[in-house]
Design a protein around this ligand. Structure first.
Ligand code: PRP
Length: 215
């Protein structure tokens, strides 16, 4: 590595995806030991050998860091990309973190969806919900933004249905809810800042090729 090479910076969403991402990078010879320390409160990690930096951010902020160039590369769920609508190139489907964005609720709400009634939809993803109901289904609905445990919505009578991620389906099952409609499949994606893609084309393309090989 030449001395004047600049760092390539990665923004990873904290939590489930970060662990899988680091495992993936290990397979192509990129390791960052200190990042694995679960008790650490450190936010940024450096790999001097490969001139790489990694930082952990809240998932929904990852596309923001990448759009502004504070990170060259980001790894984040497709749900977040759809919701945040940031400018960046989506270059790879990493194949893990597979799940589905769905409309869920009690079976009794199925009728409300069929007859295009004015219903209440609770979601952590108001933009995805809006796009689905307004543009795709042409149904006017009342969208209520929540920040988690969205399944509570129909249970406590806040909303008729929810728009949320379904992975194993056990959260729905344990709360007496069902998938009523499927919006789209989701998985972890790699995104690249549009300027970085040109300025660091060689390194980034090599990285993408290396990852593609093991996927
Ligand atoms: C996600 C999602 C569902 C659940 C789906 O929530 O919002 O609640 O996982 O997974 P399952 O189908 O395997 O049960 P998360 O755990 O991220 O927490 P949150 O409810 O606070 O958003």
């Amino acid at each position: 590595m030449s001395e004047d090479m600049r760092y390539l910076t990665f923004a990873l969403g904290k939590g489930r995806l970060a662990k899988k991402t680091l495992e993936l990078f290990e397979q192509i010879g990129i390791t960052c030991e200190e990042m694995k320390d679960k008790d650490s409160r450190k936010l940024i990690f450096v790999n001097e050998e490969h001139k790489l930096k990694f930082f952990l951010a809240k998932g929904p902020d990852v596309p923001t860091y990448v759009e502004y160039g504070a990170a060259d590369i980001g790894v984040v769920g497709k749900d977040t990309l759809l919701e945040e609508q940031r400018r960046a190139y989506e270059v790879l489907d990493l194949g893990f973190g597979k799940c589905r964005m769905c409309v869920c609720g009690p079976v009794s709400a199925k009728e409300l969806l069929k007859h295009h009634e004015m219903i209440r939809v609770a979601s952590k993803y108001p933009n995805i919900a809006k796009d689905y109901f307004y543009n795709k289904k042409q149904q006017t609905v009342d969208i209520i933004k929540l920040n988690g445990s969205v399944e509570l919505g129909p249970i406590v009578g806040l909303s008729d249905v929810i728009v949320d991620i379904v992975e194993t389906g056990s959260t729905l099952r344990e709360n007496g809810l069902d998938v009523l409609e499927e919006i789209c499949p989701l998985s972890a994606r790699m995104i690249v800042n549009q300027v970085s893609m040109k300025m660091e084309a060689e390194r980034i393309k090599k990285l993408i090729a290396d990852i593609k090989e093991i996927l």
